[in-house]
Ligand binder design. Sequence first.
Ligand SMILES: Nc1nc2c(c(=O)[nH]1)N[C@H]1C(S)=C(S)[C@@H](COP(=O)(O)O)O[C@H]1N2
Ligand SMILES: [Mo]
Length: 163
Amino acid sequence: MAGLPSHDVPEEVTTDDWTLTVRGSVGRPRRFDADDLAALPTASFTGDFDCEAGWIAKGLSWRGVRVGDLLDMVDPTPASQFALVHAMDGDYACSFRLDRLEDAVLALELDGEPLPTAHGGPARLVQPADADCWESVKWVDTIELTTEPPDDTAREIALGRVE
Ligand SMILES: Nc1nc2c(c(=O)[nH]1)N[C@H]1C(S)=C(S)[C@@H](COP(=O)(O)O)O[C@H]1N2
Ligand SMILES: [Mo]
């Protein structure tokens, strides 16, 4: 698919009955299913994706929901400044400042098709610009808002694979 290399899908990744939970330092934690997300305004962009391991996939068209729109629906507390984006593959999780995460897109489609599981479906975080490859979290199932910078694992797991 559009030049993205395929990596193995870990066996913990299950897409049946998938939901996205947004919780943590928020006033109204929420769980969204695929239909809830499909009913929201869409956000799209086209861009290249490059990995620290040395490959690049050009001209990928992503479409999904702007994370800022999701956050608006859960009433982050005033002290919320960070988030940990969790994936279904074990303890893979990536931390973000909220002001940066707001502009990311939770992609549900790639090149006009439902996002394949091989590339992070049902939902993958993508950033329009200036992101490290491990920040594009595949198989997202939870966004946890925090008041302090959370420890994460994504960079270490990704770089551990490159070496
Ligand atoms: N959940 C999860 N997301 C992840 C990773 C991972 O191991 N688990 N690897 C990251 C890295 S380092 C890269 S380069 C891309 C690879 O995307 P692809 O498998 O679609 O080519 O996914 C990123 N997102
Ligand atoms: Mo990567």
